[in-house]
Ligand binder design. Structure first.
Ligand SMILES: Nc1ncnc2c1ncn2[C@@H]1O[C@H](COP(=O)(O)OP(=O)(O)OP(=O)(O)O)[C@@H](O)[C@H]1O
Length: 699
């Protein structure tokens, strides 16, 4: 594929130093720039038209305020960002209307006749821009990609898709695509709309009813694909999803900050972002379980224990129900009351919903007796009986009000309650493990753990149905326990899910080793499983180094095939123990002159010493943790190994791999953690060690 203008006739591929303010001399580029100027004029016209609309003409003040809000949002969505272009590609197609040209951009722009000047990348016609190939041209004759710099077009590449397989899209080299993939990374994650690959596009545009699970090695674009899928769904099913909502769940705050700008840059500001802890925000976490107990609390069998723990509270109707009315007392025998209770239990509604129905059911039994005497007191009488003190007291005794904390408090604090709920589900030893050594005196003083949050969430759902969103994107899903997966799954019980992860990056003791099992816990036994294996982040030298770990900790899983042209740089620096921090500082200082971010990733225990060493050397740096992301524009970030998942930096310094491994509860988890931290680099990786490297890495 040729890039125009050719070297000598201007910059082939946009570079930060190109001067885009000059008019293009290449006639094709000049015509395209004129189309861009026209598109900008039309967008301005569309905006001015909306600005001119008068909300005060609405029927009443309420409607006027609502219309005002809608118009303000519409004006905001029609803003033009002069730093970027309105389109990044074009396709020339044969359609039922003859030969047509479509320019593809981030948003739709139309002219005064309503004809498209730019089509949204999510519109059906744009699919061909991403997927057409010589073997399947999809009606496309020409595909053109544009090089862009500071809001101007600086280059273009043409691909004659219909000219047969000699110019196959897979092998044809695109300098513009390569430049986008190779660009140094700095700041938060960016959208990839101009370069979405065909295998990624298939996931992005899967039907809303399809739940998809994407297994992909580091840097294969899982997160990017999940976010673009959310944007595509919101565009294609706007009405449905505006009502039900879309949620993105990620591993920690630092990760959410890293990805937080992608959807807004695509015009989607109404997507909620959460970590699993903020999602299950039922109580403050004030204690930590041992690994063994956390694994048990995360086990899917706990769902049955909790179900039993809730429903065991429904009592048996031993006593008759006696209701005085006028001069008579109406008596319903216990066995009749019990039949109603049994019928409600069998109905399969949530505990609290069934509880709300019971007084009416009891009142109905009383009414039947009254009517049997030939008296028909009317509909309001049943309501009055349902609200009467004897019926309310009877219902309350049979079906007590519960709250999640109260149920879990008695389950973990009372061996008899646990024994009854866990009978035939957990062994005696497991039950002993679950019980608090020193039970708190009240549920309010209980010191809940992170694993308890998923149990409280399950209980909350047993009592009252959790509302479902329209779509949930779950990233780094391999790390969630079965109980956490159930919690996410119920938030999409009537919607669909996009589940992203990598079994080889599972670093929790309860990490899943099977997507079929995980999707079962998410309530999606029927799903599509897709594997992504082309790596866009990690260069070849670095991925080959990290992949040495795979046989030891995730046999059967492959490394990504790096699509990067730059093989990257790998330096392994052996230092004396007393010079470790100095070696890290030297590695950081060596990379400060180049553009792009620098991540120093080390075990948690080293953070203070490394921060002090960097400060002493006068290197400004930030410090990420699970609660704080990259909130300032800093070149150097100090990152605890446990927080690095999902992040990327242009250059990475990994400190003491053996200690990264040793900080985890077991060797497999340790090697997986090391695999995660070694695969964060886009251009260069420096490994600083004083202890021998883990054997798996030197093999
Ligand atoms: N089609 C593409 N064009 C350009 N860049 C891409 C493309 N796909 C992915 N990337 C880039 O590759 C990098 C890695 O993507 P992403 O973080 O989504 O990968 P991941 O599979 O989620 O990685 P990890 O498993 O390590 O979290 C990002 O910088 C992303 O923008």
């Amino acid at each position: 594929m040729r890039t125009h203008p050719e070297p000598g006739g201007g910059s082939a591929v946009p570079t930060p130093t190109a001067d885009p303010s000059t008019a293009p001399t290449d006639p094709v580029l000049a015509r395209e720039q004129a189309h861009l100027d026209h598109a900008r004029d039309q967008l301005r016209r569309m905006r001015e038209q909306v600005e001119g609309l008068d909300a005060s003409t609405a029927a009443d003040a309420f409607n006027a305020a609502y219309l005002d809000l809608v118009l303000a949002r519409r004006v905001a969505s029609l803003q033009d960002d002069p730093r970027t272009t309105l389109f990044f590609g074009r396709i020339d197609c044969r359609t039922e209307h003859g030969a047509e040209t479509f320019h593809i951009g981030r948003r739709h722009v139309s002219d005064t006749h309503g004809d498209p000047v730019v089509v949204d990348w999510r519109a059906p016609i744009s699919t061909a821009f991403y997927r057409a190939s010589p073997s399947e041209p999809m009606g496309v004759g020409l595909r053109r990609r544009f090089g862009v710099d500071r809001g101007r077009l600086t280059a273009y590449e043409d691909e004659h898709v219909d000219r047969g397989p000699e110019e196959d899209a897979d092998t044809a080299h695109s300098a513009i695509l390569a430049a986008e993939i190779e660009r140094p990374r700095s700041g938060p994650m960016r959208d990839i709309v101009s370069t979405i690959q065909p295998e990624q596009d298939e996931i992005v545009r899967s039907d809303i009813g399809t739940s998809i699970c994407v297994q992909g090695a580091p840097g294969t674009g899982k997160t990017a694909v999940g976010l673009h899928r959310a944007a595509w769904l919101l565009y294609s099913f706007r009405n449905q999803l505006d009502r039900s909502g879309v949620l993105v769940v990620g591993p920690n705050r630092a990760f959410l900050d890293h990805i937080g700008a992608v959807l807004p840059s695509l015009g989607e500001v109404r997507v909620q972002h959460a970590t699993i802890d903020t999602l299950l925000d039922h109580a403050r976490v004030r204690a930590e379980d041992t690994t063994e107990v956390a694994i048990l609390k995360g086990d899917a069998r706990m769902a049955e224990v909790l179900r039993n723990a809730v429903w065991r509270n429904v009592g048996r109707a031993e006593e008759p129900l006696v209701v005085p009315r006028g001069s008579r007392r109406w008596r319903v025998p216990g066995y009749d009351v019990q039949d109603e209770v049994d019928a409600l239990v069998r109905r399969g509604v949530r505990y609290s919903a069934a509880r709300d129905l019971l007084p009416q059911r009891l009142a109905h039994l009383v009414m039947l007796r009254i009517e049997a005497t030939g008296d028909f007191p009317g509909d309001t009488a049943q309501d009055a009986i349902a609200r009467s003190a004897p019926v309310r007291a009877h219902a309350k005794a049979l079906w007590p009000a519960l709250d999640p904390a109260g149920v879990l408090f008695s389950l973990l604090g009372d061996a008899d309650v646990l024994a009854e709920a866990a009978d035939g589900v957990l062994t005696d030893d497991e039950q002993r493990m679950l019980l608090w050594e020193k039970p708190p005196r009240t549920k309010g003083s209980a010191r809940w753990t992170r694993a308890d949050l998923a149990l409280l969430d399950e209980l909350a759902d047993l009592l009252d149905r959790t509302p479902s969103l329209g779509h949930v994107v779950l990233d780094e899903a391999q790390d969630l326990s079965p109980m956490q997966l159930r919690a996410v799954g119920r938030r999409a019980s009537t919607g669909s899910l996009t589940v992203l992860g990598d079994i080889a990056q599972g670093t929790t003791p309860w990490a899943t080793d099977s997507w079929t099992t995980a999707m079962g816990h998410l309530g999606r036994p029927r799903h599509e499983l897709v594997t992504l294996d082309r790596g866009f982040r990690v260069p070849g030298l670095v991925i080959d180094f990290a992949a040495r770990l795979l046989p030891a900790m995730a046999p059967g899983l492959g490394a990504p095939r790096s699509v990067r042209e730059n093989p990257g740089r790998l330096d392994v620096v052996a230092a004396e123990p007393e010079h470790r921090s100095a070696a890290v500082v030297a590695a950081v200082e060596a990379s400060l002159g180049e553009p792009g971010s620098v991540g120093v990733i080390a075990p948690d225990a080293f953070m203070d010493a490394l921060s002090a060493a960097l400060t002493w050397a006068g290197v400004p740096h930030g410090r990420l943790d699970a609660e704080h992301g990259d909130d300032e524009d800093r070149q150097v970030e100090l990152v605890p190994a446990g927080v690095a998942k999902g992040l990327e930096f242009d250059r990475v310094v990994v400190v003491e791999p053996a200690a990264v491994v040793a900080a985890e509860p077991d060797r497999r988890t340790g090697l997986r953690r090391l695999y995660v931290v070694l695969t964060r680099a886009v251009s260069a990786l420096t490994v600083v060690h004083t202890e021998p490297l883990p054997e798996a890495l030197t093999a």
